[in-house]
Design a protein around this ligand. Structure first.
Ligand code: C5P
Length: 245
């Protein structure tokens, strides 16, 4: 089945209640490719959220728990994640290759593991303050690439990275290594200031090679979230047409 523009959109269900979850799933089911359950919703409402989405929608499910613990704990947690029947999940790349391998082994090819390279809310100054070598502070993409290499070698399906690094990741690891890009800010939302720092527009992320765009607040907080999702898909479609020309 060919991927349409809406299939590139992952909508994070960053909401506090099951009734809000149901509202957005019902509203956006035919307008996005995947729903993401993150810490906020999972801590409040747990694994039932996966079943609720499955009962309401054919969209994919990404359980984004960003695991970061000792390998055995990550392996066992990943087994539990895979048993829920979700398509994608995440573990941080920042620790060790063993930790990522444990995530992949726990998921047993039932659920794809994405390595979180460097959060899009992190800037060069943050890296410097955290004590990283100058070469990484001067060029953040070097750190992202180094972490993506760890993820690739550990058997991850792909990585989460900003739209600014995705071109380099695709060039280095090939088109089949999945790149999921948060920090997406459509042109009509650029004036809104928030915690995201390494941001890209949907069209730019697509042109750089992103396989999926995580787009939360620009849709969730829009006056009309459905129109916002449709406008984003239109922007993606134009970018795809330009690539295929
Ligand atoms: O579009 P917005 O900034 O609202 O997206 C926020 C969502 O993206 C949250 O669910 C957050 O967990 C996720 N995210 C991510 N990786 C990042 C940045 C944000 O998964 N690097």
């Amino acid at each position: 089945m060919t991927k349409s523009a809406k299939d590139y959109i992952i909508f994070p269900l960053d909401v506090t209640s099951v009734s809000d979850l149901k509202y957005y799933v019902k509203l956006l089911s035919n307008y996005v490719g995947m729903f993401k359950i993150g810490l906020e919703l999972f801590i409040r409402s747990g694994p039932d959220t996966v079943k609720i989405i499955k009962d309401m929608s054919e969209a994919g499910i990404f359980l984004d728990l960003k695991l970061h613990d000792i390998p055995e704990t990550v392996r066992r947690a990943s087994e539990s994640i895979a048993s829920l029947g979700v398509d994608l999940t995440t573990a941080h790349c920042a620790e060790t290759s063993e930790m990522l391998k444990a995530a992949v082994s726990g998921c047993k090819e039932k659920t794809g593991v994405l390595g979180v390279t460097l959060l899009t809310s992190v800037s060069s100054i943050d890296i410097q303050n955290a004590g990283f070598e100058n070469q990484y502070c001067a060029d953040i993409s070097k750190l992202v690439l180094k972490r993506a290499k760890t993820a690739k070698e550990a058997g991850c399906k792909g990585v989460v990275c900003s739209g600014l690094e995705v071109g380099l990741i695709k060039k280095t690891f090939g088109k089949d290594f999945v790149a999921v890009t948060p920090g997406i800010r459509p042109a009509w939302n650029l004036s809104e200031k928030d915690d995201q720092k390494r941001i890209t527009k949907p069209a730019d992320a697509i042109k750089n090679g992103s396989d999926y765009l995580v787009i939360g607040r620009p849709i969730r907080d829009a006056k009309n979230p459905l129109d916002a999702a449709i406008m984003t898909a239109q922007e993606i479609e134009i970018a795809l047409e330009q690539i295929n020309k």
